[in-house]
Design a protein around this ligand. Structure first.
Ligand SMILES: [Zn+2]
Length: 334
């Protein structure tokens, strides 16, 4: 595990956190409503691309608005668009404080577009931004030039797949009303792009009803005109081995800690899928909702929550899909 400390005074800015894979949609705007926290508490991810918002340097903004000078430290600028920006869950930044006056341009929350709005609570040096405006993932971003990585104990043991499949505390991909949670809509959109690329212009036939119900409509909408012999796609992973040896494609779960997808046999292309979605497709809940007069007792709701009341179709994010496909042109069928 690591923690992140202020590069100027070495004070801890975060509690110990464990690295997980970076969600490629972290900078992507979604809808026009407040979004939940993107990262789980205790985890962090490093942005491999300098794709963040073009922040203006602190000194330029401070001079224009008459902000008081920082309490100490050399007159250094934060990185502008540098890779390695650290993404954290709100609340894990235990050693930061807000910078007054850095919230302009925000709507329902803080957009972070005016540059760092978080400073080291000890020395006042700007270190990152709190973001929770509508359409933006609720998150804390730390600037790579303003922080130092400090070892903070051994890495957490990598969870066994058996435990992951039976984790009753894991967040289900649907909320209590049967609506797909925002994050899983993004994850499913990313998987849809991977499927489109792997199909190489061919139609796809799903061998599992749950996978067809989730992905078939999106595939037809975002990859129209597929032609030629269809490629067969099956679910494959722990407890669900491939039973059809003619499958060319396989939807496989990604380990939530390592990010590694479940391996596929030779000749089968693996399509990575978020574990919670894969688990929902491979082992759909068998219980159906039963009407209960009045609210469920709190302890029952906590220990044995009812299944989603109804299921509605998933919404694929066309803008995210378009952006990802633009980076990887899809081969045309010949
Ligand atoms: Zn500091």
């Amino acid at each position: 595990m690591e923690l992140f400390a202020c590069a100027h005074c070495a004070t801890a800015l975060t509690r110990p956190v464990s690295r997980v894979r970076f969600p490629v949609y972290a900078h992507h705007r979604v809808g026009n409503m407040p979004l939940p926290a993107l990262m789980e508490s205790g985890s962090y991810a490093a942005d491999p691309d300098p794709s963040g918002p073009p922040w203006r340097p602190w000194e330029e903004l401070a001079e224009a608005r008459g902000y008081p000078p920082r309490r100490s430290g050399p007159d250094r600028r934060l990185s502008d668009g540098a890779p390695g920006r650290i993404l954290l869950a709100p609340g894990d930044d235990i050693g930061t404080m807000t910078i007054p006056g850095r919230y302009e341009g925000s709507c329902c929350g803080v957009a972070g577009q005016d540059g760092p709005n978080l400073a080291c609570a000890h020395c006042g040096h700007p270190v990152g931004a709190w973001v929770d405006d509508c359409s933006l993932w609720h998150a804390v971003w730390l600037e790579p030039d303003a922080i130092r990585t400090v070892p903070a104990g051994p890495a957490l043991p990598v969870a066994d797949w058996t435990d992951l499949l039976h984790d009753r505390h894991a967040v289900p991909p649907l909320d209590a009303n049967g609506r797909w949670r925002y994050r899983y809509e993004q994850e499913a959109s990313v998987t849809l792009v991977a499927l489109i690329l792997a199909a190489e212009g061919s139609p796809v036939v799903f061998q599992d009803d749950t996978a067809a119900a989730l992905l078939d409509r999106g595939l037809r909408r975002h990859r129209p005109g597929a032609a030629g012999p269809a490629k067969r796609c099956a679910l494959h992973g722990p407890g669900r081995p491939l039973t059809n040896r003619h499958s060319e494609l396989a939807l496989v779960p990604c380990h939530p800690q390592t990010g590694r997808p479940w391996p596929t046999p030779p000749g089968v292309a693996g399509i990575p899928l978020d574990l919670a979605i894969w688990r929902y497709l491979a082992f759909p809940p068998l219980r159906s909702a039963v009407h209960v007069p009045g609210p469920l007792r709190a302890e029952l709701d906590r220990d044995d929550p009812p299944p989603p009341r109804r299921h509605i179709g998933i919404w694929f994010d066309g803008r995210l899909i378009g952006d990802l496909l633009a980076r990887h042109p899809v081969p045309r069928p010949v």
